[in-house]
Write a protein that binds this ligand. Structure first.
Ligand SMILES: C[S@@+](CC[C@H](N)C(=O)[O-])C[C@H]1O[C@@H](n2cnc3c(N)ncnc32)[C@H](O)[C@@H]1O
Length: 284
Protein backbone atom coordinates (compact mmCIF):
# COMPACT_ATOMS: atom_id res chain seq x y z
CA UNK A 1 0.00 0.00 0.00
CA UNK A 2 1.41 3.40 -0.94
CA UNK A 3 1.61 6.40 1.41
CA UNK A 4 -1.18 8.04 -0.59
CA UNK A 5 -3.42 4.95 -0.21
CA UNK A 6 -2.77 4.86 3.52
CA UNK A 7 -3.63 8.56 3.84
CA UNK A 8 -6.82 8.09 1.82
CA UNK A 9 -7.86 5.18 4.03
CA UNK A 10 -7.04 7.19 7.13
CA UNK A 11 -9.21 10.12 5.96
CA UNK A 12 -12.05 7.78 5.00
CA UNK A 13 -12.06 6.04 8.40
CA UNK A 14 -11.85 9.29 10.33
CA UNK A 15 -14.77 10.80 8.40
CA UNK A 16 -16.95 7.68 8.52
CA UNK A 17 -16.32 6.41 12.05
CA UNK A 18 -13.99 8.70 13.99
CA UNK A 19 -11.43 5.87 14.10
CA UNK A 20 -7.92 7.32 14.04
CA UNK A 21 -5.65 5.11 11.99
CA UNK A 22 -2.23 5.90 13.39
CA UNK A 23 1.02 4.89 11.67
CA UNK A 24 1.55 2.13 14.28
CA UNK A 25 -1.74 0.55 13.20
CA UNK A 26 -0.60 0.30 9.61
CA UNK A 27 0.20 -3.37 10.11
CA UNK A 28 -3.49 -4.01 10.81
CA UNK A 29 -4.67 -2.81 7.45
CA UNK A 30 -3.65 -5.79 5.38
CA UNK A 31 -4.90 -8.45 7.78
CA UNK A 32 -8.22 -6.68 8.34
CA UNK A 33 -8.97 -5.53 4.79
CA UNK A 34 -7.70 -8.60 2.93
CA UNK A 35 -10.92 -10.51 3.73
CA UNK A 36 -13.02 -7.49 2.64
CA UNK A 37 -11.23 -7.51 -0.74
CA UNK A 38 -11.99 -11.21 -1.08
CA UNK A 39 -15.64 -10.81 -0.13
CA UNK A 40 -16.20 -8.00 -2.64
CA UNK A 41 -14.03 -9.58 -5.33
CA UNK A 42 -11.52 -6.71 -5.28
CA UNK A 43 -8.03 -7.57 -6.49
CA UNK A 44 -5.86 -5.52 -4.12
CA UNK A 45 -5.85 -3.03 -1.25
CA UNK A 46 -5.04 -0.24 -3.70
CA UNK A 47 -8.06 -1.21 -5.78
CA UNK A 48 -10.21 -1.24 -2.64
CA UNK A 49 -9.06 2.25 -1.71
CA UNK A 50 -9.72 3.35 -5.31
CA UNK A 51 -13.30 2.05 -4.93
CA UNK A 52 -13.72 4.02 -1.68
CA UNK A 53 -12.67 7.18 -3.51
CA UNK A 54 -15.13 6.51 -6.32
CA UNK A 55 -18.93 6.48 -6.39
CA UNK A 56 -20.53 5.89 -2.97
CA UNK A 57 -20.88 2.20 -2.11
CA UNK A 58 -22.51 1.97 1.34
CA UNK A 59 -22.08 -1.82 1.67
CA UNK A 60 -18.36 -1.67 0.92
CA UNK A 61 -17.86 1.40 3.11
CA UNK A 62 -19.61 -0.28 6.06
CA UNK A 63 -17.57 -3.46 5.55
CA UNK A 64 -14.31 -1.47 5.63
CA UNK A 65 -15.32 0.39 8.79
CA UNK A 66 -16.45 -2.81 10.51
CA UNK A 67 -13.24 -4.60 9.55
CA UNK A 68 -11.17 -1.81 11.08
CA UNK A 69 -13.01 -1.76 14.43
CA UNK A 70 -11.57 -3.64 17.38
CA UNK A 71 -14.35 -5.56 19.09
CA UNK A 72 -12.47 -7.01 22.04
CA UNK A 73 -14.79 -7.38 25.04
CA UNK A 74 -15.68 -9.87 27.73
CA UNK A 75 -18.19 -10.43 30.50
CA UNK A 76 -17.69 -8.21 33.58
CA UNK A 77 -14.63 -6.66 31.91
CA UNK A 78 -12.41 -4.93 34.48
CA UNK A 79 -14.90 -5.90 37.21
CA UNK A 80 -14.97 -2.48 38.96
CA UNK A 81 -17.50 -0.88 36.55
CA UNK A 82 -19.87 -3.74 37.34
CA UNK A 83 -19.21 -3.69 41.10
CA UNK A 84 -19.95 0.04 40.94
CA UNK A 85 -23.19 -0.66 39.13
CA UNK A 86 -24.28 -3.20 41.73
CA UNK A 87 -23.07 -1.40 44.84
CA UNK A 88 -23.36 2.32 44.02
CA UNK A 89 -25.22 3.20 40.85
CA UNK A 90 -28.19 0.88 41.08
CA UNK A 91 -28.89 1.72 44.76
CA UNK A 92 -28.38 5.39 43.82
CA UNK A 93 -30.93 5.16 41.02
CA UNK A 94 -33.41 3.30 43.20
CA UNK A 95 -33.14 6.07 45.79
CA UNK A 96 -33.26 8.92 43.29
CA UNK A 97 -35.81 7.72 40.76
CA UNK A 98 -38.57 6.49 43.08
CA UNK A 99 -41.09 8.92 41.61
CA UNK A 100 -40.79 7.58 38.06
CA UNK A 101 -39.48 4.07 38.81
CA UNK A 102 -37.69 4.29 35.52
CA UNK A 103 -33.98 3.79 34.89
CA UNK A 104 -32.34 4.11 31.49
CA UNK A 105 -28.90 2.62 30.85
CA UNK A 106 -26.93 2.98 27.64
CA UNK A 107 -23.94 0.89 26.55
CA UNK A 108 -22.60 3.13 23.80
CA UNK A 109 -20.07 0.74 22.22
CA UNK A 110 -21.51 -2.61 23.18
CA UNK A 111 -19.65 -4.84 20.73
CA UNK A 112 -20.82 -8.47 20.96
CA UNK A 113 -23.03 -7.84 23.99
CA UNK A 114 -21.00 -9.01 26.98
CA UNK A 115 -21.13 -5.57 28.63
CA UNK A 116 -24.91 -5.00 28.48
CA UNK A 117 -25.61 -8.67 29.28
CA UNK A 118 -23.35 -8.41 32.35
CA UNK A 119 -25.51 -5.49 33.52
CA UNK A 120 -28.69 -7.42 32.71
CA UNK A 121 -27.50 -10.38 34.80
CA UNK A 122 -26.76 -8.06 37.73
CA UNK A 123 -30.28 -6.66 37.41
CA UNK A 124 -31.78 -10.14 37.24
CA UNK A 125 -29.87 -11.08 40.38
CA UNK A 126 -31.45 -8.03 42.10
CA UNK A 127 -34.92 -8.72 40.67
CA UNK A 128 -36.64 -8.68 44.08
CA UNK A 129 -35.74 -5.03 44.65
CA UNK A 130 -36.81 -4.08 41.15
CA UNK A 131 -40.41 -5.17 41.11
CA UNK A 132 -42.49 -2.44 39.53
CA UNK A 133 -39.44 -0.73 38.01
CA UNK A 134 -39.02 -0.14 34.31
CA UNK A 135 -35.34 -0.61 33.52
CA UNK A 136 -34.14 -0.20 30.00
CA UNK A 137 -30.73 -1.22 28.68
CA UNK A 138 -29.94 0.15 25.25
CA UNK A 139 -26.83 -1.28 23.59
CA UNK A 140 -25.44 0.35 20.46
CA UNK A 141 -22.43 -0.09 18.22
CA UNK A 142 -21.31 1.08 14.79
CA UNK A 143 -20.80 -2.51 13.65
CA UNK A 144 -23.93 -4.36 12.57
CA UNK A 145 -21.95 -7.60 12.52
CA UNK A 146 -21.20 -7.49 16.25
CA UNK A 147 -24.77 -6.42 16.98
CA UNK A 148 -26.12 -9.47 15.14
CA UNK A 149 -23.90 -11.71 17.24
CA UNK A 150 -24.95 -9.87 20.41
CA UNK A 151 -28.65 -10.25 19.61
CA UNK A 152 -28.29 -13.95 18.87
CA UNK A 153 -26.54 -14.37 22.22
CA UNK A 154 -24.26 -17.31 21.34
CA UNK A 155 -20.81 -17.42 22.90
CA UNK A 156 -17.92 -19.83 22.58
CA UNK A 157 -16.44 -21.76 25.48
CA UNK A 158 -13.52 -19.31 25.42
CA UNK A 159 -15.87 -16.31 25.64
CA UNK A 160 -17.85 -17.66 28.58
CA UNK A 161 -14.63 -18.50 30.40
CA UNK A 162 -13.52 -14.87 30.32
CA UNK A 163 -14.88 -13.01 33.35
CA UNK A 164 -18.19 -14.80 33.72
CA UNK A 165 -18.68 -16.40 37.16
CA UNK A 166 -19.50 -20.10 36.80
CA UNK A 167 -22.75 -19.77 38.77
CA UNK A 168 -24.01 -17.14 36.29
CA UNK A 169 -22.97 -19.36 33.38
CA UNK A 170 -24.95 -22.25 34.79
CA UNK A 171 -27.93 -20.08 35.67
CA UNK A 172 -28.32 -17.96 32.56
CA UNK A 173 -26.77 -19.96 29.69
CA UNK A 174 -27.54 -23.25 28.01
CA UNK A 175 -25.05 -25.29 26.07
CA UNK A 176 -25.93 -25.81 22.41
CA UNK A 177 -23.30 -27.94 20.69
CA UNK A 178 -19.95 -26.31 21.30
CA UNK A 179 -21.47 -22.91 22.12
CA UNK A 180 -23.39 -21.39 24.99
CA UNK A 181 -26.52 -19.31 24.51
CA UNK A 182 -27.58 -16.65 26.95
CA UNK A 183 -31.17 -17.11 28.07
CA UNK A 184 -34.11 -15.40 26.45
CA UNK A 185 -34.97 -13.72 29.78
CA UNK A 186 -31.59 -11.93 29.76
CA UNK A 187 -31.60 -11.28 26.01
CA UNK A 188 -35.02 -9.66 26.23
CA UNK A 189 -33.69 -7.13 28.76
CA UNK A 190 -31.36 -5.54 26.21
CA UNK A 191 -32.29 -3.65 23.09
CA UNK A 192 -29.58 -3.56 20.40
CA UNK A 193 -29.39 -0.80 17.79
CA UNK A 194 -26.76 0.39 15.32
CA UNK A 195 -25.37 3.80 16.19
CA UNK A 196 -22.32 5.73 15.08
CA UNK A 197 -21.07 7.84 17.97
CA UNK A 198 -19.77 10.56 15.68
CA UNK A 199 -23.35 11.24 14.56
CA UNK A 200 -26.03 12.86 16.68
CA UNK A 201 -27.55 10.58 19.30
CA UNK A 202 -30.03 13.14 20.58
CA UNK A 203 -32.91 10.99 19.34
CA UNK A 204 -32.05 8.28 21.90
CA UNK A 205 -33.23 10.53 24.72
CA UNK A 206 -31.46 10.83 28.05
CA UNK A 207 -29.99 8.23 30.39
CA UNK A 208 -29.21 7.71 34.06
CA UNK A 209 -26.10 5.64 33.43
CA UNK A 210 -23.93 5.56 30.32
CA UNK A 211 -21.22 2.97 29.74
CA UNK A 212 -18.93 4.29 27.00
CA UNK A 213 -15.95 2.04 27.51
CA UNK A 214 -12.95 1.25 25.37
CA UNK A 215 -14.07 3.11 22.28
CA UNK A 216 -12.77 6.66 22.85
CA UNK A 217 -9.22 5.24 22.81
CA UNK A 218 -9.63 4.73 19.05
CA UNK A 219 -10.58 8.38 18.38
CA UNK A 220 -8.40 11.48 18.12
CA UNK A 221 -8.64 14.20 20.78
CA UNK A 222 -11.19 16.49 19.02
CA UNK A 223 -13.48 13.50 18.33
CA UNK A 224 -13.19 12.28 21.94
CA UNK A 225 -14.01 15.80 23.17
CA UNK A 226 -17.04 16.07 20.89
CA UNK A 227 -18.41 12.63 21.89
CA UNK A 228 -17.87 13.38 25.60
CA UNK A 229 -19.64 16.75 25.30
CA UNK A 230 -22.68 15.10 23.71
CA UNK A 231 -22.62 12.20 26.20
CA UNK A 232 -22.73 14.71 29.05
CA UNK A 233 -25.80 16.26 27.40
CA UNK A 234 -27.44 12.84 27.19
CA UNK A 235 -27.22 12.34 30.97
CA UNK A 236 -30.21 12.82 33.20
CA UNK A 237 -29.57 15.12 36.16
CA UNK A 238 -27.43 13.28 38.68
CA UNK A 239 -26.48 10.62 36.14
CA UNK A 240 -23.10 8.98 35.70
CA UNK A 241 -20.77 7.89 32.90
CA UNK A 242 -18.32 5.00 32.96
CA UNK A 243 -15.28 5.07 30.72
CA UNK A 244 -12.65 2.42 30.10
CA UNK A 245 -9.58 2.02 32.28
CA UNK A 246 -7.36 3.77 29.71
CA UNK A 247 -9.82 6.60 29.09
CA UNK A 248 -10.46 9.90 30.85
CA UNK A 249 -12.24 13.23 30.41
CA UNK A 250 -9.25 15.17 31.69
CA UNK A 251 -8.05 17.67 29.14
CA UNK A 252 -10.98 16.80 26.86
CA UNK A 253 -14.22 17.87 28.48
CA UNK A 254 -15.26 20.25 31.24
CA UNK A 255 -18.79 18.91 31.15
CA UNK A 256 -17.84 15.78 33.09
CA UNK A 257 -15.53 15.39 36.06
CA UNK A 258 -14.00 12.28 37.62
CA UNK A 259 -15.89 11.09 40.66
CA UNK A 260 -13.71 11.79 43.68
CA UNK A 261 -14.06 8.27 45.05
CA UNK A 262 -14.73 5.92 42.18
CA UNK A 263 -12.13 5.41 39.48
CA UNK A 264 -13.60 5.25 35.99
CA UNK A 265 -16.83 6.98 37.06
CA UNK A 266 -17.57 10.47 35.75
CA UNK A 267 -20.34 12.83 36.78
CA UNK A 268 -21.61 16.07 35.26
CA UNK A 269 -19.83 19.22 36.37
CA UNK A 270 -23.04 21.32 36.10
CA UNK A 271 -23.07 23.17 39.44
CA UNK A 272 -26.79 22.56 39.95
CA UNK A 273 -26.03 18.86 40.08
CA UNK A 274 -23.79 19.00 43.12
CA UNK A 275 -26.86 18.14 45.15
CA UNK A 276 -28.50 15.77 42.68
CA UNK A 277 -29.70 12.68 44.50
CA UNK A 278 -27.95 10.08 42.39
CA UNK A 279 -24.68 11.92 42.76
CA UNK A 280 -25.08 12.14 46.53
CA UNK A 281 -25.72 8.44 46.79
CA UNK A 282 -22.91 7.71 44.37
CA UNK A 283 -20.42 9.64 46.47
CA UNK A 284 -21.17 7.90 49.75
C1 LIG B 1 -13.13 -2.59 22.16
S1 LIG B 1 -14.85 -2.62 21.89
C2 LIG B 1 -15.46 -2.19 23.49
C3 LIG B 1 -16.62 -3.05 23.94
C4 LIG B 1 -17.08 -2.81 25.36
N1 LIG B 1 -17.55 -1.46 25.56
C5 LIG B 1 -16.01 -3.15 26.36
O1 LIG B 1 -15.43 -2.23 26.93
O2 LIG B 1 -15.74 -4.33 26.57
C6 LIG B 1 -15.07 -1.12 20.96
C7 LIG B 1 -16.35 -1.08 20.17
O3 LIG B 1 -16.56 0.25 19.70
C8 LIG B 1 -17.19 0.17 18.44
N2 LIG B 1 -17.01 1.45 17.73
C9 LIG B 1 -15.91 1.90 17.08
N3 LIG B 1 -16.17 3.10 16.52
C10 LIG B 1 -17.44 3.41 16.83
C11 LIG B 1 -18.29 4.53 16.53
N4 LIG B 1 -17.86 5.56 15.80
N5 LIG B 1 -19.55 4.50 17.00
C12 LIG B 1 -20.00 3.45 17.74
N6 LIG B 1 -19.26 2.38 18.05
C13 LIG B 1 -17.99 2.36 17.60
C14 LIG B 1 -16.52 -1.01 17.78
O4 LIG B 1 -17.32 -1.55 16.74
C15 LIG B 1 -16.33 -1.97 18.95
O5 LIG B 1 -17.34 -2.94 19.01
Amino acid sequence: MTEADFDALRSFLKARSGLALTAEKRYLVESRLGPVCQRFGIASLSALIGRLKGAPDPALEQAVVEAMTTNETFFFRDRTPFDLFRQVLLPGCLAARGSTRRIRIWCAAASTGQEPYSLAMILKESAQKLTGWNIEILATDISTEVLEKAKAGYYTQFEVQRGLPIQLLLKYFTQEGDRWRISEEIRSMVQFKPLNLIHSFGALGTFDIIYCRNVLIYFDAPTKADVLRRIAQALNPGGAVLLGAAETVIGLSDALVPHPEHRGLYVPSRPAEATAPLRLVASR
